[in-house]
Design a protein around this ligand. Structure first.
Ligand code: UDP
Ligand code: MG
Length: 363
């Protein structure tokens, strides 16, 4: 027998924080705000839009300021200079208050229309919802090619956990945000940090449109810098490469050394002096490279320690009291239940109808 539905006024509507790093994007801002308000007006949750102005020298900040004056859900975080998109995203995550946080580019290449699908995935229990580009409109052959080489290299040599063709357009649960905030290293690559966390991640595929206005803020020099940050912050492989090269040279040197007595016995058509010098040079170069590489290995460990990353991430516990003094570790709290307005569900033996009207956020 179906019981009388219980109307629960206390259902929590989430706060969604939209974090957008911007750099000299005054032409894009009207398009962004128009698209965001259209999409958010159809979503039964509260929202805040955090624009992190990464040292723009055009009218971007003024534009946001004007809109923030009439709508306190629009927030501006102004950097004193250009610190880069990675720092801007970090500042956005630091001040976001949302139960979920969505990070997106401002140029509508990350379509706000995907927001509802991302929220649906979040409701299924994922902590990270990432958007994967299956096509890229309006980008040069060079950019597409270098991007695919970059992702290939990252996944093969550096960190196979970094998904291909996934940029920074992502939804994070509050737990994921708190975990990412535990990383305080200076040279950071958000995609690498998210991969390192290993949280439950869902993917949504989309066709990436062209920029709505303006030019890319990533000239080749900035792209190379970002690629190097991605590699060097995620791994010490380049340091270890020295050791491998050294061992290879040393092995060649030993082979040449073995060949010296053969040359002395005239079993090989090579002069003893040539073979001797070759063996000596190769072995010396090999020993030197191995030594440099070993020093590099220790430097790598210092580098890893200096980042002060958390030692581990606990994504779920059952009946465990979370230690209050476990520094350099992340213990995630059970997240509040999200319920779709209008749905009916059973809870503790009662049938519960979730109000269709957007209830207010609990104080
Ligand atoms: N951006 C930023 N700081 C920078 C460069 C870019 O905050 O130093 C922002 C930019 O305004 C945009 C996002 O990062 O919102 C992505 O930049 P862009 O669209 O130029 O990159 P692309 O899509 O061309 O790779
Ligand atoms: Mg773009």
């Amino acid at each position: 027998m179906v019981q009388e539905p219980i109307i629960d006024d206390g259902i929590i509507i989430m706060l969604i924080s939209i974090v957008v790093p911007v750099y000299n994007e005054q032409d894009v801002m009207p398009h962004l705000f128009h698209a965001l308000s259209e999409v958010l007006s159809h979503i039964d949750h509260e929202h805040e839009i955090i624009i992190v102005n990464d040292g723009s020298r055009d009218g971007t900040a003024d534009w946001v300021r004007r809109h923030a004056a009439t709508d306190d859900r629009i927030k501006l975080v102004n950097f004193s200079r250009n610190f880069g998109q990675q720092a801007a995203m970090t500042a956005g995550l630091d001040c976001a208050r949302g139960d979920v946080v969505v990070v997106m580019d401002c140029d509508l290449q990350d379509p706000p229309e995907l927001l509802q699908r991302m929220l649906d995935k979040y409701s299924e229990g994922y902590d990270v919802v990432s958007c994967r580009r299956i096509s890229r409109a309006g980008e040069s052959w060079f950019k597409k090619k270098t991007a695919s080489v970059f992702y290939g290299l990252m996944r093969k040599a550096i960190d196979s956990r970094i998904p291909a063709e996934v940029g920074d357009f992502r939804l994070f649960s509050r737990n994921a945000v708190d975990a990412i905030r535990a990383f305080r290293e200076q040279h950071r690559f958000m995609r690498g940090l998210v991969a390192w966390l290993g949280l439950r991640e869902a993917f949504i595929e989309f066709d990436r449109p062209a920029r709505v206005a303006g030019e890319t803020k990533y000239p080749v020099s900035k792209l190379i810098k970002l690629a190097w940050t991605a590699i060097s912050s995620s791994s010490t492989v380049p340091l270890r490469a020295c050791v491998y090269a050294g061992w290879a040279l040393l092995a060649c040197g030993l082979l040449a050394t073995v060949a010296v007595p053969l040359a002395v016995l005239q079993w090989l058509p090579l002069s003893v002096a040539t073979m001797g010098w070759t063996a000596f040079q190769l072995s010396l170069a090999g020993i030197q490279l191995v030594a440099v590489g070993l020093i590099g290995d220790y430097v790598g460990r210092i580098f890893e320690e200096s980042k002060q990353r958390p030692l581990y991430i606990v994504s779920e516990t059952c009946n465990v009291e979370i230690p209050s003094d476990s520094s350099r570790s992340v213990w995630m709290l059970e997240r509040p239940r999200v319920t779709a307005p209008g749905s009916v569900e059973e809870r503790d033996g009662n049938i519960l109808r979730i109000p269709t009207q957007a209830p207010r956020r609990a104080a």
